[in-house]
Design a protein around this ligand. Sequence first.
Ligand code: FES
Ligand code: FES
Length: 232
Amino acid sequence: MKNFPELPSKPALTKVGESRRQVFFMGSILAGAPLAACVGSGQSMGDLSESKNSTLAQDNAVMMDVILRVNKRNYALHIDARTTLLDALREQMALKGTKKGCDHGQCGACTILIEGRRINSCLTLAVMHDGQEITTIEGLARGDELHSMQAAFIKHDGFQCGYCTPGQICSSLGMLSEAKAGMPSHVTEDLNSPATSLTKEEIRERMSGNICRCSAYPNIVNAIDDYARATS
Ligand code: FES
Ligand code: FES
């Protein structure tokens, strides 16, 4: 018969209350360990994990050179390859007109135009757009003269706080080009010959990716409708 090694003798347990106290004591020591590491360093728990994450992020950074052409001007950047186009615009080029709302492709606040097509700049990497023609809200006006779509938004009161407005304006211009190119939408009745002059229902549907938390929607639609009629 196989000989099993002898089990170590059980630690002498005293009263139930005492062993419970030991468990709680050990638990509190273990739980407090990270806290203790923070005490005296002047860091909070959040700071500690944040700085650990940012150190990790820096360790994994792959830096790349890229030339971004924004509003007809070239910007030579040396950036982490994981930088989104939105962050590059706002943090590297100081073009703060493009807004960050959700940072997850859900609100449309960061919409800009690339080669005339609308895109959520929070969902694309800056290094993917080397040499492409990028237009942000800052690139629409000509000197002191507003772009007609900007003027239409003012005329129709198409905003309240204005946070979503740069995205709405860029998106509306991209959207009208899509319609002109014959791209149908979810509410287009005849897919074989989609209308190029848009109804308000079409405008609403095609702009549904741009959220306005102030709910200026009726005026936004009126502004786009007005511009579309004036330029068709
Ligand atoms: S910030 Fe890009 S879609 Fe919301
Ligand atoms: S105007 Fe305030 S979010 Fe649209």
